[in-house]
Design a protein around this ligand. Structure first.
Ligand SMILES: Nc1nc2c(ncn2[C@@H]2O[C@H](COP(=O)(O)OP(=O)(O)OP(=O)(O)O)[C@@H](O)[C@H]2O)c(=O)[nH]1
Length: 340
């Protein structure tokens, strides 16, 4: 049999939407900024599978110099736990931000959560002992903020889940009431506030939009699931083309892969025709649960080069991004208005 050669470039970036900045994202960010004087500490969550792409630059500008901890969530989905490969990856991620304290967590790992609780006990304190310490947890939609808070609460004070969580972005729409996660004898307890996930107004790089959609920061209805699987297939093939061997030989062709997958998983329409869209959504959810290979989507060496050459990056300031979003919205509403 001919040797399989994976695609080295993804060919379909053309028609991918670049924005997912919703009303509650904007409102959430404004409210967060207005509450900053009441906040002693920020925990910023990023997705382990897209450690660079899931950084929202808007938080840098909005939250200023407040004391901060970075948590990369969903560590269990980004590689083989405790492997040499994983350790090297985590060293690289830390090196991107050498002055910040960084943790990597799998929400089901007691050890990972205890490490954070121990750190916060030492590091997150309030100037006013009576009110206690208030921590705000921020991050892109669906990165696992509410899950992290529920687990910190459980490990810190032995209490049950306080916040709603879910597999699609947008479960948290408003800043929640403070949840106690650490008790201190002095009475100066530590409380955490959950916030709505905030996306960026515009993603300059279409590939980043695909990555953010795959890890679940964008609702599954925004980008065609077949396009998402096509990109995922491109990434899986670069990583391990055997990862989907239960359903297909290694391939670069997304439609035959999904047709075969639909037949084998019973996703058929009338007349036994494979339901390719349903198959695509099911394939994505399998990858999201770690069932089609565990790897990260960012190329860390390329990202490092990009960070070292900032003049080549397409970084936008928050005001530029908001301006872009306004213009985009205006153009869209003009296009939607029927001409006379
Ligand atoms: N495998 C795995 N799944 C996780 C982990 N942390 C969170 N999740 C899952 O990720 C999904 C999103 O989690 P949430 O806590 O609702 O995310 P959020 O950031 O609060 O989402 P928004 O409401 O959009 O802001 C849920 O299905 C969680 O079960 C983790 O460490 N590992």
């Amino acid at each position: 049999m001919a040797q399989f050669i994976p695609r080295q470039v993804f060919p379909h970036y053309g028609a991918i939407p670049r924005s997912y900045f919703l009303g509650h994202h904007r409102a959430g960010l404004t409210k967060m900024k207005s509450m900053l004087s009441l906040i002693d500490y920020v925990v910023e969550c990023r997705d382990y599978r897209a450690p660079v792409t899931s950084i929202n630059p808007m938080f840098e500008e909005a939250l200023g110099k407040i004391r901060r901890l970075i948590v990369y969530t969903k560590r269990d989905l980004g590689g083989i736990l405790h492997s040499a490969e994983q350790q090297s990856l985590e060293r690289k991620v830390r090196s991107f931000d050498p002055t910040s304290t960084v943790f990597f967590t799998d929400s089901s790992s007691r050890a990972d959560l205890n490490r954070i609780i121990r750190h916060l006990r030492e590091d997150a304190f309030a100037p006013d002992k009576l009110t206690g310490c208030r921590i705000m947890v921020v991050g892109m939609p669906n990165v696992g903020k509410s899950t992290l808070i529920n687990h910190l609460r459980n490990h810190g004070v032995g209490k049950a889940k306080a916040l709603k969580t879910g597999g699609q972005p947008g479960i948290t729409r408003k800043i929640a009431s403070p949840v106690k996660i650490i008790e201190r004898e002095s009475g100066s307890h530590t409380y955490v506030l959950d916030t709505p996930g905030v996306f960026m107004p515009y993603v300059p790089d279409a590939e980043n939009m695909l990555k953010l959609a795959l890890v679940g920061c964008v609702k599954d209805t925004v980008i065609s699931p077949v396009t998402l699987v096509d990109y995922l297939l491109y990434k899986i093939n670069l990583h391990d083309p055997q990862a989907y061997r239960r359903w297909s030989e290694p391939t670069n062709e997304v439609i035959p892969l999904l047709e075969g997958f639909a037949r084998q998983t019973g996703l058929l329409m009338k007349g036994g025709i494979p339901n390719v869209d349903a198959a695509a959504l099911h394939f994505i959810s399998k990858w999201r649960s770690g069932d089609v290979g565990k790897f990260i989507l960012d190329d860390l060496d390329a990202e490092k080069l990009r960070l070292e050459n900032p003049e080549e990056t397409q970084h936008m300031s928050m005001s530029q991004a908001l301006k872009f979003e306004r213009v985009n919205r205006k153009n869209k509403s003009n296009a939607d208005t029927p001409s006379e």
